[in-house]
Design a protein around this ligand. Structure first.
Ligand code: BES
Ligand code: ZN
Length: 456
């Protein structure tokens, strides 16, 4: 039978597939830092060459930011699209890595072999799962069973600024029967998961300036306004004592979880204590009346991701700084409108500024939450295929992270998207020592082969 032969081929080719992934992981394609622009370009070139080696017509397409990679291969219905991102997060703090983040290797971990390196799980390892599934399919059968478009982005980790115009300009080429996104995780260690909803994201950077220059804190401390204190007070006021966010209008468009969804999530028996315990915590923070799973999958948040001001180097300096800044992000759900929230947040901060202080803004990504249409027949077919591969049947889950493109497939191209991925909670994505389990990579490739078979 065709599928069995493809699965055996995947097993036999795993060492070669792993070597290819290690090669891609060696390219430091950090999208948010302009110093790595040429490396992002190199990662795109690598992917173009790899897709061409499958027999696809593939091209690097320029954007005002990092290039997109688009490839086409195969014939016949359905027309599937595979999306992944080749860009990665910055590596700092570098000193917390056990080895060079871009010198990846296979290591023996407590739960089996892992691929260690920046981007191994988010998202190069995941992206390569379907490329490798296609490679094995072609090797075994000479051709793919249907028409496939590959669409790889290099700006996902910096909010996908070039995505909307690119999708609009290339709508005819990118419109397909369904888009398959591999950038999410399993539920627990061995339950495959199909994401039904994921959160949106709004990023804001603000700099508060008080005095026109840095001052001596003995000469000026007291009468001169300290912008770090102003910023801290504003940040403290963003949540009330019950954990709710105080920005006016923030909860407009936030739906209550349906009883049906609540019951389904309860049936997953999420280990709340273990989830926090794994990272050294014991008491849930956040909204008081919500469980951690509910908070992550269905509630909006406001978090401070970074804060800067004054002297933070070695030793001590009695400075009264002129400026203080913070990077703040909001995770969004339901119908929350990122642009409306940006406007309300800025007005709120400005209304809190004391005399002599001013604020400068730098807006980052703004993407709404995404809701998937699980009545599309591909969902049931994929659920079955995943259940055949993994020890546990597949679950429908939410996702706390954000993948801006997921919603745009529907709104811009009227194409349904299905999110399936094989990452684990302990993969340390965005953190030092990121890894991807070799078993995630292996079973991930096998999963896509099964899904390809089920959809054709
Ligand atoms: N792959 C992640 C999204 C994700 C996170 C899925 C956690 C499953 C679990 C994605 O690459 C990501 O990190 N996105 C950023 C988007 C942002 C920088 C615009 C995020 O969620 O912070
Ligand atoms: Zn990702």
């Amino acid at each position: 039978m065709t599928l069995d032969a493809v699965l055996s081929r995947i097993d036999a080719d795993l060492p070669a597939a792993t070597d290819r992934l290690l090669d891609l992981l060696r390219i430091p394609s950090i999208s948010t830092d302009p110093a790595y622009k040429a490396d992002c370009d190199r990662a795109a070139d690598w992917l173009v060459a790899d897709l061409q080696s499958l027999g696809a017509t593939a091209e690097k397409r320029p954007t005002p930011g990092h290039p997109m990679v688009v490839g086409h291969i195969g014939e016949g219905a359905p027309h599937l699209l595979f999306y992944g991102h080749y860009d990665v997060q910055p590596v700092d703090p570098l000193e917390l890595w056990d080895r060079d983040p871009f010198d990846p290797e296979i290591q023996e971990g407590p739960k089996g072999k892992v691929i260690r390196g920046r981007g191994s799980s988010d998202d190069k390892g995941q992206l390569m799962t379907f490329v490798e599934a296609c490679r094995a399919w072609i090797a075994e059968n000479g051709a793919l069973p249907c028409r496939i478009t590959f669409f790889f982005e290099g700006e996902e980790e910096s909010g996908s600024p070039s995505l909307i115009p690119f999708m609009k300009e290339n709508a005819d080429e990118l419109k397909t029967d369904i888009a398959l996104i591999c950038d999410t995780g399993l539920f627990g260690d061995s339950t495959p998961a199909i994401v039904t909803m994921l959160r949106g994201l709004l990023g804001e950077e603000l700099t508060i300036t008080a005095a026109s220059k840095d001052l001596h804190s003995g000469m000026y401390g007291g009468p001169a306004m300290n912008p770090i204190r102003v910023l801290s007070r504003i940040i403290t006021g963003l949540h009330d004592e019950t954990g709710r966010i105080t920005v006016p209008g923030f909860y407009d468009g936030v739906p209550e979880l349906s009883d049906e969804m609540r019951a389904q999530w309860q049936g997953l028996n999420f280990d709340h204590a273990g989830f926090l315990g794994e990272v050294g915590l014991s008491v849930p923070a956040g909204e008081q009346d919500r469980t951690p799973l509910e908070m992550i999958w269905s509630r909006p948040t406001c978090e401070v991701n970074g804060i800067k001001g004054g002297y933070t180097g070695e030793g001590f300096k009695t400075v009264l700084p002129s400026k203080a800044s913070a990077k703040i992000s909001f995770r969004l759900v339901g119908q929350q409108d990122p642009h409306e929230i940006r406007k309300n947040f800025r007005a709120y901060v400005e209304s809190q500024l004391p005399a002599d202080c001013k604020v400068a803004w730098h807006g980052h990504g703004a993407s709404p939450a995404g809701q998937m249409q699980i009545d599309h027949p591909a969902f049931e077919a994929a659920r079955q295929a995943l259940s055949d591969e993994w020890p546990n049947p597949a679950a429908y889950v939410g996702c706390g992270g954000s993948i801006p493109i997921a919603g745009y497939f529907k709104t811009i191209l009227d194409t349904d998207a299905m999110l399936i991925g094989f990452g684990k909670d302990d993969d340390q994505i965005h953190s030092p020592n990121e890894k991807y389990d070799l078993s995630s990579f292996h079973r991930g490739i096998r999963s896509w082969a099964r899904i390809l078979d089920a959809l054709t």
